[in-house]
Design a protein around this ligand. Structure first.
Ligand code: 9MR
Length: 622
């Protein structure tokens, strides 16, 4: 689990007050307009898939509804099911189910005196899937974003941080600890910017890359088509004979490998846990094979800021065990995926993974305890899940018996016979045990069949719990909690991924329906009637917290491209200047505003768009 650092109040630098003032009035005005009472997926419904909408209506008895086609003919009608008070949205809701309509077309759904146009199509998420992956290309560091590859010329930009060469931070952190630096410089060019900022964090790059690679591997192992075959995405590598999904993911794998400490390097680092407020003490270690936590600016830049215009010095931050294990897991996964596609790359990745695991075992208690200006923390003080994940990936790749013994000894391994089924639980950058379990569940010929079945059952058990939660929600999504945390939409997409895998493992249609329900929510079936995805739906998100897609801060900067998922409602850390004005005035599901200043609510990030890619690829396989 994570340790949260102090707030990020300095995030905007000097532009913050002006920006908050500029952005607030029009948004507040827009919010006062009444929202349509029918809330639904604004992009479309699958001909063969589940179809549901939510009606906000105070009546406690069912309400009639009709669906009419373009000529005004009624094609289906029925009555709502009253779901009642929805505690985390504050709405009194009814559910409209129209699964029986399977003919593609445009229709009008009318209920309680409100009408709304809908689309039914065979593959309504195909464009979404294509756009979702573009996010990664457009956030690449170290390469120009070319006009020929982007949807609008204003989205092109010069390469940022090219090259990205940095030495270890050697100044004072926010708590007054003075860091000693190191005697080398690494070229850590490439990779993706994390989010709205220009930091590149190994803990977060890891899960994001894993998720894209898993979308490819899951399809491949199931004998399905590559969701992004060569040429499917508009990226510079299209036409090189390799899957575009793999090309995009490799951009980050190469970066993760560059973050590894050279052999023989000795570093001064803090070892072990630290009580907050206590000064750090530094010990000299043999750091070879460990991986640096992150590279970012020495202080926060303001918005807007094109990557190439970033004036700040960048530093590497101390290596630690979690970052090392993130690299190990992804490098091991890459090694098996590229084994025949690019054997030299595969061997390089495998060697880095082995070297990394050995270093992590030598130094199992190096934590990200620093709190620095200019970048996020991604601190995590429980590494049982990172060890398990990295071991699982390396075992799936190599079949090394010693690794299986380590897995079996992990409290997170669900394969031990005679145990009650344990759910994998929510997946996130600081909670990666589920990734290891998924890798084992998908693997062929590695763990004995009875153990693999138990591993699969743990994935299925999570999915079953979350599927049940759809029945408790006014908006039908698989999330029954009063805590909408930072990146709640990303969390929901991770749940949808697990629901998708449970569908694969069982063949039960209900699990796939649960994944669709999660997508319905982010595409508009929610209390704000908001498509949280740019460029898709009647009311798409427009003003992400992003330094380059910063049109609302400065019209000289572009609007975002399509296919970008907002972090989503956040009632657990209302620390940005927009969120601060909303405290006590929103419900868990409504603590969100489409405002560039709302970095706790409306930032975009690689670890949220990655499961969005996974889910849209799952639902739109070809
Ligand atoms: O996604 C992260 C969230 O879980 C944390 O609570 C939050 C505060 O530490 O940081 C989020 O990650 C941000 C990172 O620190 C810096 N780049 C932007 C990320 C998304 O907001």
């Amino acid at each position: 689990m994570r340790s949260t650092g102090p707030g990020r109040g300095s995030r905007f630098g000097a532009v913050l007050p002006a920006l908050a003032l500029l952005a607030l009035p029009p948004v507040a005005a827009a919010q006062s307009a009444p929202l349509p009472a029918l809330r639904l997926n604004q992009v479309g419904f699958e001909t063969a898939g589940p179809k549901a909408a939510t009606l906000v209506d105070g009546r406690t008895t069912p309400v009639p509804w009709t669906l009419t086609d373009a000529s005004g003919r009624t094609v289906l009608s029925g009555e709502t099911a009253v779901r009642g008070e929805d505690p985390t949205s504050g709405d009194h809701t009814h559910i409209v189910r129209f699964d029986a309509l399977r003919a593609p077309g445009r229709y009008t759904l009318t209920a309680g005196g409100h009408g709304r146009d809908i689309t039914i199509a065979d593959a309504p998420f195909a464009v979404l899937k294509r756009d979702a992956l573009v996010f990664f290309y457009e956030n690449r560091s170290g390469i120009p974003i070319e006009a020929e590859h982007v949807a609008r010329p204003d989205l092109a930009r010069p390469a940022g941080h090219a090259p990205d060469r940095a030495t270890c931070f050697d100044g004072e952190d926010t708590r007054g600890n003075v860091w000693p630096g190191c005697d080398y410089t690494l070229d850590v060019s490439g990779g993706w910017y994390d989010a709205g900022d220009h930091g590149k964090y190994v803990v977060n790059g890891g899960i994001s890359t894993w998720t894209l690679l898993n979308a490819w591997e899951r399809a491949s192992l199931r004998g399905l088509a590559d969701p992004y075959p060569d040429g499917a995405a508009d990226i510079p590598e299209a036409g090189n004979g390799v899957s575009d999904l793999l090309d995009e993911a490799r951009w980050e794998v190469e970066f993760l490998l560059r973050m590894q400490v050279p052999d023989g390097a000795r570093l001064q680092v803090p070892v072990g846990r630290v009580t907050r407020g206590q000064p750090l003490t530094f010990s000299e270690i043999d750091a070879g094979g460990l991986v640096h936590h992150k590279v970012h600016d020495v202080r926060w830049t303001g918005l807007p800021m094109a990557p190439a215009a970033d004036p700040e010095t960048r530093y590497l931050y101390a290596p630690n065990t979690a970052a090392t294990l993130n690299m190990v897991a992804v490098a091991a996964q890459a090694a098996r995926i590229w084994k025949t596609i690019d054997p030299a790359f595969s061997e390089r990745a495998l060697a880095a993974a082995r070297r990394g695991l050995a270093a992590a075992k030598r130094h199992p208690e190096l934590y990200a305890v620093g709190d620095f200006h200019g970048g996020g923390n991604y601190g995590d003080e429980s590494l049982i899940d990172e060890f398990y994940w990295a071991t699982a990936e390396l075992y799936v790749t190599t079949g090394d018996a010693a690794l299986l013994a380590d897995l079996r000894a992990s409290p997170l391994y669900p394969g031990t016979s005679g145990q009650p089924v344990r759910r994998t639980g929510d997946i996130g950058w600081n909670s990666v045990g589920g990734l290891g379990t998924i890798a084992l569940a998908l693997s062929e010929g590695r763990v004995p069949e009875a153990e693999r079945e138990a591993v699969r059952q743990s994935v299925i058990a999570s999915a079953r719990l979350w599927l049940g939660e759809t029945e408790t929600q006014g908006y039908g999504h698989p999330f029954n909690s009063a805590f909408y945390s930072w990146g709640s939409n990303g969390n929901l997409m991770n749940r949808a991924m697990v629901l998708g895998l449970a569908h694969d493992f069982t063949g039960e249609a209900a699990f796939r329906d649960g994944a669709v329900a999660a997508l319905d929510y982010v595409l508009g079936r929610n209390p704000l009637d908001q498509s949280y995805v740019t460029g898709h739906g009647d009311r798409p998100m427009r003003n992400p917290h992003h330094r380059f897609w910063a049109h609302s801060a400065d019209p000289a900067y572009p609007m975002p491209p399509a296919g970008v998922l907002s972090g989503g409602p956040n009632n657990t850390a209302m620390t940005d200047p927009v969120a601060e004005t909303m405290r006590g005035q929103c419900q868990p599901q409504t603590c969100w505003r489409d405002d560039i200043g709302a970095f706790t609510q409306n930032e975009v990030a690689i670890n949220w768009n990655a499961p969005f890619v996974w889910v849209t690829a799952f639902l739109s396989p070809t």
